[in-house]
Write a new protein. Structure first.
Length: 95
């Protein structure tokens, strides 16, 4: 398992997802050479899912996409992270 797992939660972020990913990637490569990015598409109705999949195709070694079929809201993102075997830090409180 990578030492850093970054979750980008996205709902209808077609206009911003790629730029957010690029910025996150820039920071991650400065911090570690052992990381992954999970893009969580929370049932977006715009092109967010397609952009997420394109990012994953272009960066298969570090990006995975999780897609909700029904919008579940941010409270369930921690559940997705736990399902992926990740620890979650919520404002300094690790769960």
């Amino acid at each position: 398992m990578p030492s850093i797992s970054l979750v980008i939660a996205a709902f209808n972020e077609e206009a911003t997802l790629e730029a957010v990913f690029v910025r996150c990637l820039d920071v991650l490569v400065e911090c570690s050479d052992d990381f992954e990015v999970l893009i969580l598409d929370d049932a977006s109705t715009d092109g967010t899912g397609e952009i997420a999949e394109s990012i994953a195709r272009n960066h298969p070694d570090v990006v995975r996409v999780i897609t909700h079929q029904k919008n579940q809201g941010c409270l369930l993102y921690t559940s997705d992270a736990a399902d992926e075997g990740l620890g979650v830090d919520l404002g300094g409180r690790r769960i």
